[in-house]
Ligand binder design. Structure first.
Ligand code: ADP
Ligand code: MG
Length: 626
């Protein structure tokens, strides 16, 4: 057997293992169930990829993120390693081709998204595979106590039963001590075995910045104070656009990013930022997975994240290169109230959830008692318009209904088109083809290796660009080629859908079990409380965070705002809260009838105006005052 180190060098081009990689690899290589805890960017992928290449058979990798899965498959193939993936959205034929390849094709990796594990086809084919070991990436998803529980992860236990002697490697970057225990129990570890490394990031200076004027202004100041590449996280998609435009207008090179952009927009922007052509990426949390830029100098949070887990992961994207970097969280008078409201948004009252269920049934015209196993197209936005629901709460209600097992719901997910040849290579010369078809076939044969035995992703627009054709023409030619059985073509589509797992019930019969609703709500509440404590703590922020993950003996970092004596004050010291109190006092005393009658000599009118409007929105001012 080749040594792990030589595999690392040969396939991945690295000269040595990092952190606890080798320890994890030796543990799983020796056939022991292993839980590896390494921070994001620590290099978890290597810990299953290297041993899998050293062992006979195929490694089954369970991963929740389809985009990341595809990405890893592409990277492995580029290194000449045979890898396949199956996930929701693939056709039956595609899945079949992938699975057959894994049985007969000497494949080393099969990535599976968790909801595919329960499929009969998958389980039947799995029996014929020689599996070296099972990898569970993002293993915290199996724990109900984790911050990102995914019910489909519980299917992993079934797979373990089908492969009783196969060892399992679980990997995660975020697990509290309770979740570490739970992961091992849920995954049926034969004996406890955890490999962990310290999560302390010595070069990362955490701080909380109180917003004095506006949040936009504060971000601008922070970017001026911290030169270099940056990510600014905000929660709203529109917010990313607005802030990026505002920063650009102030001379800062910035772009925006969120899950609603097209695949192409996302990859172009991510690459421009990666190269350093764009300095600041203003993004929702959709940005970051699989992003691996070492020299990010600051990560700024415009809104406070819901959980220490999310905050730690996102902030941790700064300073991967080991040079000093900053993780800054903005905090204003509204942060605490907003955090608390998010708990209510995520867990709307149970009657409301039942109402959404009934409305969805009406919307889809499902009769009482009907609907068992029925799948329908379902676009959340249209539904919300038709039934006047707030998207945030309706989204949460659907999520809860899925978790309680009433429906399965897949939100829009952009797919690639796929092609595979359905003829033999030598047959190609026997067909009568138009010039356009010939050029398309040439392109495919040149750019997609393995296209005779497996489906390849294609991008019609890019093809058209290279070949000097319109996207439409490329599509038409591909469809024609598929009609003539020369190739198989699966056009991309993105259709969100709902499947009814049970027949339609009365709304009174919709119950949300404690472990779906009450317990989860309680946990979210606790995480939110931890974030509030983080905002307010006078202690070392680094120690605060790592002790949440069970590392209670970490020394003070010496670089966070608390260790270095508090946030530097750069502007007048009147906080929003203090100013609001002054306004309320004045309103109580003088009962002004219009905003224009409110004035303080030491406060700019623009700031006062902003605050008054905000207070009005939050109903802190009498309705008569405008
Ligand atoms: P994680 O899954 O823990 O977030 P990844 O597996 O995506 O991290 O790896 C993060 C980055 O670290 C990748 O760019 C990877 O190539 C790099 N990396 C991993 N192991 C090593 C190593 N031993 N030497 C150098 N770079 C490594
Ligand atoms: Mg990873």
């Amino acid at each position: 057997m080749t040594s792990y180190l030589s595999i690392l060098k040969e396939y991945f081009g690295f000269t040595s293992f990092r952190g606890i990689q080798q320890e994890i690899i030796e543990s799983i290589g020796a056939g022991r169930d292993t839980l590896g805890l390494m921070p994001t960017g620590g290099g978890k992928s290597i810990t299953f990829q290297v041993p899998a290449l050293a062992m006979d058979g195929i490694c089954l990798v369970i991963s929740p993120l389809i985009a990341l899965m595809k990405d890893q498959v592409v990277h492995l193939r580029q290194r000449g390693i045979k890898a396949a993936a199956i996930y929701t959205g693939m056709t039956h034929d595609e899945v079949l081709v992938a699975l057959e390849n894994c049985i007969f094709g000497n494949f080393k990796f099969l990535y599976v998204s968790p909801e595919r594990l329960s499929s009969e086809l998958f389980q039947a084919k799995l029996r014929h595979m020689k599996v070296s070991f099972i990898t569970v990436d993002e293993a915290h998803c199996i724990s109900q106590w984790g911050y990102d529980f995914r019910p489909s992860y519980t299917q992993i236990v079934t797979i373990r039963k089908l492969l009783p002697s196969v060892p399992l490697l679980a990997l995660t970057a975020t697990a509290t001590p309770a979740v570490v225990e739970d992961i091992q129990r849920q995954l049926g570890f034969r004996e406890p075995n955890v490999k962990r490394m310290s999560f302390v990031r010595h070069n990362l200076a955490y701080s909380v910045r109180r917003v004095v004027a506006t949040r936009e202004q504060t971000v601008l100041e922070l970017l001026q104070e911290h030169p270099g590449s940056s990510i600014v996280y905000t929660r709203s998609r529109i917010g990313t656009y607005e802030l990026a435009s505002w920063l650009s207008s102030r001379g800062i090179s910035a772009a925006h990013f969120h899950a609603g952009l097209t695949h192409r927009e996302k990859s172009e922007r991510a690459e421009a930022w990666q190269r350093g052509d764009i300095r600041v990426m203003v993004a929702t949390n959709a940005f970051g997975m699989g992003i691996d830029k070492p020299d990010v100098r600051s990560v700024i949070h415009y809104d406070v994240p819901d959980s220490p887990e999310a905050y730690f992961q996102e902030a941790g994207r700064a300073g991967r290169d080991g040079a000093p970097a900053a993780a800054i969280l903005l905090h204003d008078s509204r942060s605490v109230a907003t955090l608390k409201r998010r708990v209510e948004d995520n867990f709307p009252p149970e009657e409301y959830v039942a109402q959404v269920y009934e409305d969805v049934c009406c919307y889809l015209q499902l009769a009482m008692g009907d609907g068992y196993g029925v799948t329908r197209e379902f676009a959340l936005e249209k539904f919300c318009q038709a039934f006047r629901h707030f998207p945030v709460r309706a989204y949460s209600a659907l999520q809860l209904l899925s978790r309680a097992g009433y429906i399965e719901w897949a939100d829009a997910e952009e797919n690639h088109s796929r092609v595979m040849m359905s003829c033999q290579r030598q047959e190609l010369y026997t067909f009568q083809l138009s010039p356009a078809m010939e050029r398309i076939l040439h392109y495919l044969l040149r750019t997609c290796t393995g296209i005779f035995s497996e489906y390849a992703y294609i991008d019609e627009r890019e093809m058209g660009h290279t070949l000097g054709m319109t996207e439409q023409l490329v599509m038409e030619q591909l469809l024609e080629l598929s009609r003539r059985h020369i190739l198989k073509f699966i056009p991309r589509k993105f259709i969100p859908y709902i499947t009814f797992v049970q027949r339609r019930l009365d709304r009174e019969d919709i119950v949300l079990p404690k472990n779906v609703y009450a317990d989860r709500k309680h946990e979210m509440d606790e995480r939110v409380q931890t974030m509030i404590a983080y905002l307010l703590t006078p202690e070392c922020r680094s120690s605060f965070l790592v002790s949440y993950f069970g590392e209670t003996d970490a020394a003070d970092c010496g670089v966070c705002d608390n260790c270095t004596g508090g946030t530097p004050v750069t502007a007048p010291v009147m906080t929003d809260e203090a100013l609001m109190q002054r306004i309320l006092d004045l309103v109580a005393k003088e009962a002004p009838s219009s905003f224009t009658q409110i004035h303080f000599p030491d406060i700019p009118d623009s700031r006062l105006g902003d605050l008054l409007h905000r207070m009005k929105e939050e109903e802190l001012l009498p309705p008569s005052l405008t």
